[in-house]
Design a protein around this ligand. Structure first.
Ligand SMILES: [Zn+2]
Length: 267
């Protein structure tokens, strides 16, 4: 082989290596720039106002379904059929509020740890297509280390993830989830608990700002009187502009997977 030929081959190999490295770098940058919002819509299971409007939204989100309600299984199935994700919305006692707001199968403060675990397991098993759970109310129970340890350990054994709705600043769940390596994430923004479309729009934009800053945001909204039709409308009005800022709407399960991958990549 001539010397000139050797030079050409070496140049081609060098150019190929350079192109490969540039391609890898571009890919890494693109991955780093990914921003996510995971919306969880709470309180499915009761054919509440806004259910149809939420299911018709053209973005990915997660529906949290109350157990033991007239439409629990049906709405789990409808969520899946619409390409959304379903999780168990486990009712837990709060420091304030009516007992009736907890539905028929809540975890209560005066239950033994064994009883609390049994209720949780039965609720989990009443669904056949849930990937994880979050808490409905729960400011009292999520501060109870013994009960939460039993429930979260049970979730870990079942291959579930947990989203803390953060209804109290004294929740012990993050600490326990870290100790037992349970896939875990917590809420950043509540979208509604109002019928003001301006307020919900403002909260959607707040979720967007958090996502752009830290890479992701978990936002919780509701079907029913706490939001419903007006929340669905606010999401519909704002999602495109947020997507245009580079934000992808994902289910919370997908977000946890992505966060875990990022975590593994970090030395
Ligand atoms: Zn709820």
């Amino acid at each position: 082989m001539s010397k000139k030929m050797c030079c050409i081959i070496a140049e081609i190999i060098l150019a190929a290596i350079l192109a490969f490295l540039l391609f890898r770098l571009a890919k890494v940058n693109a991955a780093e720039e990914k921003k996510y919002i995971a919306i969880i819509i709470d309180d499915f299971g009761n054919n509440s106002k806004g259910t149809d409007e939420m299911l018709a939204l053209p973005i990915s989100f997660t529906g949290a379904v109350m157990p033991g309600m007239p439409y629990s299984q049906q709405e789990q199935d409808r969520l899946i059929a619409c390409g959304k994700e379903a999780i168990l919305h486990q009712p837990m006692e709060a420091h304030t509020g009516k007992r009736s707001w907890l539905g028929p199968v809540p975890i209560l403060s005066d239950m033994s740890t064994e009883e609390a675990k049994k209720v949780f397991l039965e609720n989990l098993e009443s669904f056949d297509n849930v990937k994880g759970f979050n808490n409905h109310m729960g400011s009292a129970i999520t501060e109870d280390e013994e009960k939460m340890r039993a429930i979260l350990t049970c979730a870990k054994e079942k291959g579930m993830f947990y989203v803390d709705s953060v209804t109290t600043p004294r929740s012990v769940t993050e600490k326990i989830a870290n100790e037992i390596s349970l896939p875990y994430i917590k809420r950043d923004v509540f979208l509604d608990s109002t019928q003001s479309i301006d307020k919900i729009t403002e909260n959607m934009n707040k979720a967007g700002e958090i996502a752009l800053k830290k890479g992701y945001a978990v936002a919780i909204g509701h079907v029913g009187a706490e939001g419903g039709v007006v929340t669905a409308q606010a999401i519909k009005n704002t999602y495109k502009a947020l997507e245009n800022k580079g934000i992808e709407f994902v289910t919370v399960g997908r977000l946890i997977e992505e966060a875990e991958l990022l975590h593994k990549d970090t030395p």
